[in-house]
Structure formats: structure tokens, C-alpha cells
Ligand binder design. Structure first.
Ligand code: 5GP
Ligand code: MN
Ligand code: MN
Ligand code: MN
Length: 302
């Protein structure tokens, strides 16, 4: 991949910390199309590559009641576990092994605590401090519903967790080229609660987006960009302003695939780029949303 992104000149939006207000401004000047995308009933044409996207399965694969559509490339946009425990990762990998797709690409999300070394270091430091004070009150800093303290301690103490993902290509601020199509994946999101891959809005997030090469065709992030698939049920927008600017002004991929805001599931466009929130789980962590499938024409020579 060409890393010719030295001219990245995306600036920080003055309303970066208030994405709801930022979108009120930005949306005045752009299109927002809702696309009704159905799973194709016909096999992929010879001159196309079929992508099948899921996200936010949260160790609930066994509750999925539909068959996963076949395709050339399977994409998972993170939050495949509840807290990144080894057993969860192992089971997810076993399931990936049963899928028929020729290529499988996975990124982490904020629930994959064991994948984020920074989160692990901070967590362990705080935990040790508390142990020294003979605290019996458990781990106050991390209140992850559905996860016990023991689950979380086990997750953060598992080394080299990505070694268990043997049935896919795991991307973390990195890319892969398939059929001449350039794909890049990154797990970071604007901070919310005490989770993995959290970064402050503005400079911190932008520094990660600045590492995305210019020539990416399919971008995979865990977080939505601002304005697309990012509307939280409370009515506020949770997407990243600088991710939207990076995608629209510099990278200009054909597709941007993500998850994270479960209730934002669906496909939208600004008239140029197609945005896919592929969250499989709904807001109540029921894995009811269908995979999103799209076909990309092969480039000449492939
Ligand atoms: P998860 O915990 O699986 O990452 O996210 C689950 C849900 O938490 C989302 O569907 C959304 O309702 C909420 N959520 C996640 N991130 C944010 C955020 O940055 N802001 C707000 N307001 N809600 C969020
Ligand atoms: Mn999730
Ligand atoms: Mn480009
Ligand atoms: Mn998430």
C-alpha cells in the first residue's frame, strides 16, 4: 500500500467534542442517503468480489438464527467478545473456521480488552494499587455489565491474545490487499466508558486516522464516522468528526464499514462513499441484524 499520506491536512473541527452539534453544522452542506440493501439471492458474478460484513457479535454467535451468506471476503468490525477473554476469542476463531469465505478479516473493538496493551497496562497498575490498599470492594473503575471482575482480570492477564485468531487476518492499524482491492483496519474510537482502544476526540483520534493510506478502497473501523450509523437511541450522535473528514476529504474509500453503535445498523451514503454499520447485535445485545453484503467490480488484470 502506498503510504503517501504525508499531505494529510485534516483539521480538528471546532465542535469535535460535541458531535451532535458538529453534525448540525456539517449536515447542512452534504447529502445523506439511506440505502435499502438486501442480501443477494444470486451468486456473485465472475468479474466481482463479494464482501460479507458483520460486527458486534459479542460472543452470541450461537444465538444467530440465520445462515451466514457465502462470499469471497468476510469482514468483522470488532466487538466479537464481551470482554476479550481467551475462551471467547478461541470460540470466535473456531466459528470463523466453519465459515466458507476464502478470506476473513477481523478488527478488534472496545470490548476486546485483552487486545489493547495500553488498556491492560493501566488496568493492571490500578488493580495492583487497590490490592496494596487491601481493597475488598472489587474493581470500581471498570463496570462492564455482563462481565464479572474475574472475567476482566483474566482477560487483561492473557498475553499474545491475537495468536488465537488463526482463522482470519487480524488487522490493527494495518492493511491487506485482496484481488487488487486495498483494505485497511483500525480498532480505535472516541472514548466512552472505561474500555479498550479509547482515545480522546480531536488530536488523539486524528493521529490514528492519519495513518490510513490514501489509496484504501475499503476502510474498516470499529467506530462510525460522524453522521453515518452513529445515532444513539438517546438522540445524540457518537461518531467521530475527524474520521468523517479523513474519509471524505483525504482517503475517499469506496466503502467504510464499521459497527459499535448497535442501533445505527444500516447502510447510508453521502453520494460518493457507502457507509455500512454492520452491527449484528441490536441495542439489547440480541444478534438479530443480518450481515451486509456488497459486490465490488474487479480491477483490470484481476
Ligand atoms: P458497546 O458497549 O458494544 O461498545 O456499545 C453498545 C452501545 O453503547 C451502543 O449501541 C450505544 O448505545 C452505546 N454507546 C457506545 N459508544 C457510545 C458513545 O460514544 N456515546 C454514547 N452516547 N453511547 C455509546
Ligand atoms: Mn458492541
Ligand atoms: Mn483514496
Ligand atoms: Mn463497541
Amino acid at each position: 500500500m502506498d503510504n503517501n499520506n504525508a499531505n494529510a491536512d485534516v483539521s480538528i473541527h471546532p465542535l469535535t467534542d460535541n458531535p451532535t452539534a458538529a453534525w448540525k453544522e456539517i449536515s447542512k452542506h452534504q447529502k445523506l442517503l439511506k440505502l435499502n440493501v438486501k442480501i443477494p439471492t444470486k451468486p456473485v458474478e465472475n468479474n466481482k468480489v463479494r464482501f460479507v460484513c458483520m460486527s458486534d457479535t459479542h460472543s452470541l454467535i450461537r444465538n444467530i438464527t440465520y445462515d451466514i451468506p457465502d462470499g469471497d471476503v468476510f469482514i468483522h468490525c470488532g466487538d466479537f467478545t464481551k470482554c476479550g477473554q481467551k475462551d471467547e476469542v478461541f470460540q470466535f476463531n473456531e466459528w470463523l473456521g466453519t465459515l466458507p469465505h476464502k478470506h476473513k478479516i477481523v478488527i478488534a473493538g472496545n470490548h476486546e480488552l485483552s487486545f489493547d496493551q495500553k488498556f491492560k497496562n493501566i488496568f493492571k497498575k490500578n488493580f495492583d494499587k487497590r490490592e496494596k490498599r487491601h481493597s475488598t470492594s472489587g474493581i470500581e473503575e471498570v463496570k462492564h455489565y455482563g462481565n464479572t471482575n474475574d472475567d476482566i482480570v483474566e482477560a487483561v492477564n492473557t498475553p499474545n491474545i491475537s495468536q488465537y485468531l488463526t482463522n482470519c487476518t487480524y488487522l490493527e492499524d494495518s492493511g491487506i490487499e485482496l484481488y487488487g482491492i486495498k483494505i485497511y483496519g483500525t480498532p480505535w474510537q472516541p472514548e466512552f466508558g472505561n474500555w479498550a482502544f479509547n482515545l480522546e476526540r480531536g488530536e488523539e483520534c486524528l493521529s490514528k486516522w492519519n495513518a490510513i493510506p490514501n489509496d484504501v478502497d475499503i476502510l474498516i473501523t470499529h467506530t462510525p464516522p460522524l453522521g453515518h450509523g452513529d445515532l444513539v437511541c438517546s438522540g445524540i450522535r457518537a461518531g467521530c468528526v475527524e474520521l468523517l473528514t479523513t474519509v471524505q476529504q483525504r482517503v475517499k474509500p469506496k466503502y467504510h464499514v464499521f459497527g459499535h453503535i448497535h442501533e445505527g445498523y444500516g447502510v447510508t451514503s453521502d453520494g460518493k462513499i457507502i457507509y455500512i454499520n454492520a452491527s449484528t447485535c441490536d441495542i439489547n445485545y440480541v444478534p438479530r441484524n443480518l450481515p451486509v453484503v456488497f459486490d465490488v467490480p474487479l480491477k483490470e488484470g484481476f
